[in-house]
Design a protein around this ligand. Structure first.
Ligand code: GZL
Length: 331
């Protein structure tokens, strides 16, 4: 009987040895430190907005705040986001946070996360999925409302002008920001018969691409058209548009081309104060605190709304931009 007890004790000890032997030192360290492990997949670093968004996430999800952040940038390729999410699943993170590059194509990788029992929080842009249970929560801005603010400003500004010539520079196609801001302009064009769309092009939210496509367009026309508005779907596109327009002799500002832009980063507000951008519609990139709030609600086991919108976003015209505003701007 005695040797049975000794054998049982030896078996239990062996099992414990195997269990602790196979566990990653990191996993044990996390457990000991009791950190919440976050696997985070970021679009890339295509814009000033995106850089500020990444900074906000890294500031919030620090070890001092009780987190281990596994942060991966996808260099604007969805397949890199898929592989990052699959790595997070293998690493058995506590939460997956994704800033998705586009809205479509996420079902299978989200299904894998669901089967692994890992909640997925979508931040900034949305994912368009049939099964809502694949996504625990979304945190982001109402980008259609942002577009509406720009359209309302255009309606007011050009209400007495018989024809308003518009160039539209879209962001990354099928991204929520592009879909919402484009839809708002589409609806504005339908509602305002004096608005004339000269050209629509893809700037992919970057300065370089926008400079390229705007230059191509201005080279392609027989004679340079009157351009009243250039509707840029983010600030880096606006920088590229201004650079191209000025290289062809256009003046951006009062009495010239009215450049409209979204994000309201500090550099863009400077352009706005100098009159080169006529209207800035804010889109807040500092989503770290909001994502953390969602995670803390989940940790406490409370219910939370599926979509959590970023609070109040401003609109700026040149006379709104003060030194104080620029100094206080966190991004
Ligand atoms: C907006 C965000 C957009 C920004 C761009 O929600 O997705 O992506 O407006 C960024 O600057 O590239």
């Amino acid at each position: 009987m005695k040797h049975i007890w000794i054998s049982l004790i030896l078996i239990v000890l062996a099992l414990l040895g195997i269990f602790y032997g196979f566990r990653q030192p990191q996993e044990m360290a996390d457990e000991e430190e009791d950190l919440i492990v976050i696997g985070m997949s970021q679009v890339g670093a295509e814009s000033d907005w995106r850089v500020a968004n990444s900074e906000s996430m890294k500031q919030v999800f620090s070890e001092e705040n009780g987190y281990r952040l596994l942060f991966e940038e996808a260099r604007q390729k969805q397949e890199n986001q898929f592989s990052a999410i699959r790595r997070f699943i293998q690493q058995q993170v506590d939460y997956i946070v994704v800033m998705p590059i586009t809205e479509i194509g996420w079902e299978s990788v989200l299904q894998e996360a669901k089967e692994a029992g890992i909640p997925v929080i979508v931040a900034d842009r949305k994912m368009d999925v049939e099964d809502p249970s694949l996504i625990t929560a979304h945190v982001g801005a109402d980008v259609y409302a942002e577009g509406r603010k720009a359209v309302i400003w255009m309606e007011e500004t050009f209400k007495d002008q018989p024809q308003v010539n518009i160039i539209h520079i879209q962001g990354t196609l099928d991204s929520t920001a592009q879909i919402g801001r484009t839809q708002a302009l589409e609806n504005g064009l339908a509602a305002n018969p004096n608005w004339n769309l000269l050209s629509r092009m893809q700037g992919d939210f970057t300065q370089a691409k926008t400079y390229e496509v705007m230059t191509e367009y201005l080279r392609s026309v027989d004679s340079l058209p009157v351009i009243d508005v250039v509707y840029c779907e983010n600030d880096n596109e606006a920088f590229g548009a201004v650079e191209a327009l000025e290289s062809f002799g256009y003046r951006c500002g009062p009495g010239g081309v009215a450049v409209i832009s979204f994000d309201a980063t500090r550099e863009a507000l400077q352009y706005c104060r100098n009159g080169k951008i006529a209207l800035e519609v804010e889109c807040n990139p500092l989503l770290g605190p909001l994502v953390e709030e969602v995670i803390q609600i989940l940790e406490s086991g409370q219910e939370l709304p599926k979509t959590n919108y970023v609070p109040k976003e401003e609109v700026f015209t040149p006379q709104d931009i003060t030194d104080e505003l620029l100094e206080q701007r966190p991004y």
